[in-house]
Design a protein around this ligand. Structure first.
Ligand code: MG
Length: 256
């Protein structure tokens, strides 16, 4: 329960991470690599936040989206304003989430990375509860999720908090993926980043290697970022295995 939530609202729930979430500073993996993966459009088929806004958003959310796309506001301010416009009950939220599909090959991809001793984190500028609920439905309840934090403030009202924001973030994101990546490079040496869209552009230039789909492929190509394209996680699994079996310098040659 949020310490800042007024007593009158405490019957509503503050969606906290499940107890026993893995500690972020675990020992270096034997491969010298760890893996960070975007959620929306990378693991999930559709953008979960967009789908919630389209179904439950009160007027005004599109104007915030337009301001973000025009570069007038950062994603943190955009998402915070949009979540405050959501008009849905907790039951409606969860029923909606329970209908959202993911790439069916993602659980096998995670299992293989973990079998190789690699830490796998989901690093998202989306909503923590949405990600955890969807992953849990696919047997991935224990996967670490670093994302914005959803709090219910009334029967049909919501607030987004950004515990992973950074004052130094050039994108003014809710979750500074560059900072999350740097934290793991210190511990593990090399980070293989997996993503698809504009929220992954900044961090891709700092990752040791990128598995890219959709718009992220063109970004990596235009910037000369070491990457391999993939369509779904059945393609990504053998790429991951080959890249993390090689040194950083050799990773590009492995997938060339
Ligand atoms: Mg994405």
């Amino acid at each position: 329960m949020s310490k800042t939530m007024p007593a009158a609202q405490r019957k509503f729930f503050d969606i906290r991470p499940a107890a026993g979430q893995p500690v972020q500073t675990m020992p270096p993996s034997p491969t010298g690599w760890m893996l960070q993966c975007d959620f929306d459009g990378t693991i999930s088929v559709d953008d979960v936040t967009d789908s919630l806004l389209q179904r439950f958003g009160r007027p005004g959310w599109q104007a915030l989206e337009d301001a973000w796309e025009a570069g007038e506001i950062g994603s943190r301010e955009c998402m915070k304003g949009q979540v405050a416009l959501l008009d849905m009950s907790a039951a409606e939220l969860d029923a909606h989430l329970d209908a959202m599909p993911i790439d069916p090959h993602f659980p096998a991809f995670v299992a293989e990375a973990q079998r190789r001793g690699m830490l796998v984190q989901v690093v998202s500028d989306g909503i923590d509860h949405a990600i955890r609920r969807i992953l849990a439905r696919h047997g991935l309840a224990g996967l670490p999720v670093l994302a914005n934090h959803l709090v219910q403030t009334g029967e049909r009202s919501w607030q987004l908090q950004s515990p992973h924001a950074s004052a130094a973030c050039v994108r003014a994101s809710g979750n500074c993926k560059c900072e999350r990546l740097a934290e793991q490079q210190v511990v593990h040496g090399q980070v293989l980043f997996v993503g698809d869209g504009s929220s992954d552009f900044c961090v891709s230039g700092k990752a040791d290697f990128v598995l890219a789909k959709a718009r992220l492929i063109g970004h990596c190509e235009s910037r000369g970022i070491a990457h391999a394209p993939f369509v779904d996680f059945s393609d990504a699994l053998p790429l991951m295995a080959r890249i993390t079996a090689a040194s950083h310098q050799a990773a590009t040659a492995v997938v060339a």
